[in-house]
Design a protein around this ligand. Sequence first.
Ligand code: 5AD
Ligand code: SF4
Length: 472
Amino acid sequence: MNLPNMLDAKKRDKNAVIDNYQYKEVKIDESLVGKKFFVRTYGCQMNEHDGEKVKGVLTSQGLIETSVLEEADIIILNTCAIRENAHDKVFGFMGLIKKMKETKPNLLMGICGCMAQEESVVNEIRNKYKYVDFIFGTHNLDNMISVINERVTSGKQNIEVYSVLGNVCEGIPEVRDNKYSAWVDIILGCDKFCTYCIVPYTRGTQRSRKIEDIIEEVKGLQKLGYKEVTLLGQNVNAYGKDLYSDKTLADLLRAVSDTGIERIRFVTSHPWDFTDEMVDAIAECDNVMPYVHLPIQSGSDRILKLMGRKYTVDEYIDLYNKIRSKVKDVSITTDIIVGFPGETEEDFECTLKVVNECKFDGAFTFVFSPRENTPAALLKDDTPLDVKNDRLHKLNEIVNKYSNEANQKMVGNVYKCLVLGKSEKDQSKFMGYTENMKLVNIISDDNVIGKIIDVRIDEAKSFSLNGTHVDE
Ligand code: 5AD
Ligand code: SF4
């Protein structure tokens, strides 16, 4: 048993040596070989990718994945802690599994991911949710089999969560969700400590993978037929800072570009660490896609300061314009939080002003949600929730107007799309992404899955496009 501790999670030791290590296989208890497992993942792309590792480790031990919940012998919830509603979803789902356990007493249920790193959540589960069989955290995913084995042999709830700086485990088995587009971690954790954000506590210190390990992974993916890699990190622009004195994301992008893989993406960017060299690398490497997700969070300098974002609106706009002018046909999306503690109507108007100026291709918008142990959770917050929701609504209307306008401009033109599968809404169509990350539902007579094809855009909506496959 090892419980998370939010104070330990906050510590940063600049002199600590954070060694990479190789995944070590642990055999699963024999009673579980051949059993079926179900994994549900919440949250960001990084967590999606962790979900692929959870599946990979279980599969490597002879368990079989099922997408039918009722068939499962082991259910794992790979959770997110970013906002309260992510919590609510998980606790809701846990209730359902409790019911299933009444008729299936050998069913095992585990929790991992960011919620597993939260002290209050784990204490609550320990005291009130005894039917949860095991919990492991983001720092010991590679050792999940030991955690499960311990639960099986002891017959007791087993919690193994560490609040440590973290290191990098290479070579964890993975079962990837898509055959043509793959996630590749480049930097784990985060050291930025934006005052509203729980991630630096749940995912530990910022630590980069070595360039050669990343390149090896990308080359391996290429051999398997992957056309696209998305380089992942909570703040990819900080890549290398903890590891190299002379290498940054710009060098990494160029090195990945040299592998010749067709498409390279990267998320998420932080304006603070975004250098001119990085903008140049994106602009100059043909296979680095013209798409940047650049969270602004607020359009008010006063609020940005309270958020600890370390840039001003003017600095953000300068960077934004630089990217727009240097990277051909780039699309830029953002994240915005409304209702941060103390946000006045005037602050909110500043956010609307920036959105009107930047005309983002899209934005993910959120109402501020206080998170355990973060400084912003302690700030006085006297804006009523309905006012915050009104602001969100107003913001979304403007955001959607600009996404729609950006999409309308594409109608009638032909774009290269990487087709990833069948369209979710209409199985007779395909779905793919343009180079600048627009989702397109595509009509084609051929099976074009896994191919990069020319698509003429016929119709534009706020969140997607409709198009037809045309001959090159
Ligand atoms: N409340 C609301 N939104 C948040 N985000 C991060 N933390 C919070 C919070 N406490 C948003 C930010 C971030 C995105 C992933 O989630 O906009 O960029
Ligand atoms: Fe959620 Fe953040 Fe954890 Fe991703 S890193 S799963 S967004 S809390």
